[in-house]
Design a protein around this ligand. Sequence first.
Ligand code: SF4
Ligand code: FES
Length: 376
Amino acid sequence: MTAVHPAPVSARQVRPPPEAPLAMLAELTHRCPLACPYCSNPLELTGRERELTAEQWAGVFRQAAGLGVLQLHLSGGEPASRPDLVQIVTAAREAGLYTNLITSGIGLTGRRLEELDAAGLDHVQLSLQGVNAGIADHVGGYKGGFDRKMMVAAEIARIGFPLTINAVMHRHNLGDLAQTIALAHRLGARRIEIACVQFQGWALRNRAALQPTREQVEDAKRIVAQARVDYAGRLSIDFVPPDYFADFPKACMNGWGSTGLNIAPDGKVLPCHAAEIIPGLQFQNVLTTPLAEIWNDGPAFNAFRGTDWMPELCRACDRRDIDHGGCRCQAMALAGDARATDPVCRRSPHRAALDALIAAETGVAPPPFEYRRMPH
Ligand code: SF4
Ligand code: FES
């Protein structure tokens, strides 16, 4: 009789279960009145007909809370484009989640904000495309958007929501950085997040148009350092410098599948917002598979957990547990290989090509924007 050997135990089967995720980003819709060329949404946007209903989101929130999620970020597209946003926030609070609304403000009114307040919304994060209508409406691709945003900001202050201003900075508005910080303070924000554009989704498509110059990046660092002194105790300033100009990559998502997850408008569960750029990953849907199962053992989540997947360069590196090899989507976009060391890393064999790319893109006038648009 032939001996029966047990099936080999795969790395996946012996891996200890991951820690619970802290935060979940729920992309309620990809619809948005704005058309920002820096949007991190995928090029293939999900249409309204495929969006989860409010009841389905309520079920997702209960599952997330059961899994250990504490913070819920309601995002999009523009979450206010959902007429049932108040119902969705109510469900999130009933599930016991801290809720943060990430919005351009367009689609919100004083009345709607009062309803969201009554529903228990904890925090608002308002995006700023520029410091005046000229630049803001150009970047957002929406005439009148800046003025409406200023009215919404006033209503947010009147109601007393804790407010963070989220300013995505790039070649066209980095020159206004000091004014951007001043505006955030005038609007009553407690915090400003100055995020230099990350090249994913539509932003990757518009990279040459958005790429800041090295000089702008150095100026930005100085301005932020000074503003931290000037606004100490009044405005907290977070600064995400453009990582193309850094020596080492950022710890994207704090490490793949370690602390956060994203749900796309149709219920697809993603390890990060850009993960669909990586070919061969198998994404599961929360409508058909329990969220805990997806988080604990989903193939897309396990793909880049831990260190087994890393190239030797990262596995042997002293920064391995600091940046986790960087961003998988960036490695895919720049090196054509999601398993490669993030090309931002000075030790990466792809770094020289990235430097050449920066020089080429910043050495000429930026091309026009390709605005984000929904499929017809
Ligand atoms: Fe990070 Fe890998 Fe570069 Fe080391 S070699 S710094 S782990 S990206
Ligand atoms: Fe996907 Fe960084 S954006 S891993």
